[in-house]
Design a binder for this molecule. Structure first.
Ligand SMILES: [Mg+2]
Length: 176
């Protein structure tokens, strides 16, 4: 039995259900996104999507993945992070040679809207890839983007609030 009113459930389904779910960014078929789904713009969350909080250097695998994505032909490969640590996100952005938006305040839409505007990207041709339903996925769904959820790389060692959120989203996704 659930105490949740039915309309709330449908609102949650509308905004929190990702288009695709993967274990990690390495499982995503980027050729498929480009060729079959017509996506042209990719926006990646940074923390725990590309790199754990505990690190500042990207793994060789992630560097190679980005090297492999480039020739596919996406018009935009950008980073969008809620982190306010400019230096940290800048370090990641330089390693990947991708533009980054810092302190994006996801799930608020203003930063993402600005990025779509700057890159002349239609939401239907754009994907957001991230590890949090309540920020990355909710924002992307609200803007009618393609939303790709990946499991957080390192779910331990985060704040109690985020740990609770990780546990909740894990349960929520398993029930979908
Ligand atoms: Mg994240």
């Amino acid at each position: 039995m659930s105490l949740m009113p039915p309309y709330l459930r449908s609102v949650m389904r509308r905004y929190l259900r990702p288009t695709q779910v993967y274990e990690s960014i390495h499982d995503i078929d980027f050729n498929h996104l480009y060729r079959d789904l017509g996506l042209r713009h990719l926006f990646f969350d940074v923390d725990n999507t590309l790199i754990p909080y505990s690190q500042t250097t990207l793994s060789v695998q992630t560097l190679n993945l980005f090297r492999a994505i480039r020739p596919i032909g996406f018009s935009t490969i950008g980073l969008i992070s809620n982190n306010s640590n400019y230096t940290r996100i800048q370090t990641v952005s330089q390693q990947l040679n991708c533009p980054a938006a810092v302190f994006a305040c996801k799930p608020f839409v203003f930063t993402m809207r600005r990025l779509l505007d700057v890159h002349q990207a239609s939401p239907h041709e754009s994907a957001i890839i991230g590890d949090q339903l309540l920020t990355d996925i909710a924002l992307g769904n609200y803007l009618n983007m393609h939303t790709i959820f990946v499991d957080p790389i390192e779910p331990d060692g985060v704040s109690a609030f985020k740990a609770a959120q990780y546990r909740w989203q894990q349960r929520y996704l398993s029930r979908l």
